[in-house]
Design a protein around this ligand. Structure first.
Ligand SMILES: [Zn+2]
Length: 176
């Protein structure tokens, strides 16, 4: 038996994550005591009968599709890291994720879209944001500091983007 307060805590967490439409499989990873079926029902209740999306989860290397969207993703990653008190390369800091995502949505209220086609503003939804946090945790991505421009840009290993600072790369292409 899971103690009552632990149960309450994971239901509250599930609610916060499902409210932001995180994919059920990710919610289940962090609220193990709640059955997938129950998570689906909570989702439907919150979103007025809307079914949770299924199918393939987005891969980190496919989230930013151009250099500009990589900069938005870098901004999100920076917000997340700054909000976190934990080692985000060792675990996903859920309260920091919730804060960073809500803040990011406030910054771009008209750009962030939940459905395809997505705009250049990425992550386009909370699941993509989660994938970024997960990539930082497992080392598929990093957020190094650039000594040249003093910015931080997301480096995604195994993506089509060359490793290195994307702010500097973008500035170079913009020069006449
Ligand atoms: Zn730079």
């Amino acid at each position: 038996m899971v103690p009552y307060d632990a149960q309450l805590k994971s239901h509250y967490l599930a609610y916060e994550l499902l409210k932001r439409k995180l994919r059920i499989s990710y919610v289940h990873q962090v609220t193990k005591s709640i059955k997938v079926e129950d998570l689906r029902n909570i989702y439907k209740n919150i979103h007025r009968g809307l079914k949770p999306s299924s199918g393939m989860l987005p891969g980190i290397e496919r989230i930013p599709h151009n250099k500009e969207s990589l900069l938005y993703a870098s901004l999100f990653a920076s917000l997340y890291r700054n909000a976190s008190q934990l080692e985000i390369c060792a675990e996903i800091d859920i309260p920091a994720m919730l804060f960073a995502w809500d803040f990011f949505c406030d910054m771009f209220p008209n750009h962030s879209r939940e459905r395809r086609p997505y705009t250049k503003v990425r992550p386009a939804n909370f699941t993509e944001a989660w994938v970024i946090a997960q990539a930082l945790k497992i080392g598929l991505a990093e957020l190094p500091y650039c000594e040249k421009c003093h910015g931080n840009t997301l480096v995604i290993y195994n993506s089509k983007f060359p490793l290195g600072c994307q702010i500097c790369a973008l500035n170079k292409t913009r020069k006449p």
